[in-house]
Ligand binder design. Sequence first.
Ligand code: SF4
Ligand code: FES
Length: 248
Amino acid sequence: MKLYLKIWRQKDANSKGKMVDYTVEGVEGDMSFLEMLDVLNEDLIKQGDEPIEFDHDCREGICGTCSLQINGRPHGPDTRITVCQLHMRKFNDGDTIVIEPFRAKAFPVIKDLIIDRSAFERIQQAGGYVSVNTSGNTVDANAIPIEKEMADKSFNAATCIGCGACVAACKNASAMLFTSAKVSQFALLPQGRVEAADRVRNMVRQMDLEGFGNCTNTGACEVECPKGISLENIARMNREYLTATAKG
Ligand code: SF4
Ligand code: FES
């Protein structure tokens, strides 16, 4: 396949970026999207040009770093997958592909296609944990019985990989789907109830401080989430927040 690429290039966080045209040849359908970018970068290096910077780590859909806006969609044209799992067979010979970083005020571009997602880490640090007193005997993990339905919902919420596609898909750049997944994974379990009120108050406060927008229930986040995190989590977080703030 021969492909025509329009890629966002930006020298650093303080420079103005622009779209630059590239052509890449010899792309196989079995290559991943990142492997296609590897081929392009090898060509650029051979020509003495600067390669395109993009984030990646696991290349297995686990780490959430490979976030790109491809033809206007977070993680590209396929559903329920990350960019590293997107195969080039989804494209046709001669296609033009537009590749940009995720766009949100709270995710500033560092270089080319790499964004700073540390806002998500600060939201996590504000309450995305369970405090455990480690002195004394360790309690068996299965000592507290948990209803299967609750355990499954908690597990599903915990599959959020913090990729940021929900923010990129949202017209308000809201981080409600991400934050609600991180709140829900604990709120659904007895171990998480002890700090539930403080957790939701602190995480929502941090989310607002980071400059993410408000949720207006369009549902674009759920559609583009590679892990299928449900809007149900946002409803749960709103209930948790109302209860926590009513308690003062
Ligand atoms: S909720 Fe989905 S889209 Fe948002 S960060 Fe988590 S995995 Fe990514
Ligand atoms: S590189 Fe880790 S999810 Fe894509």
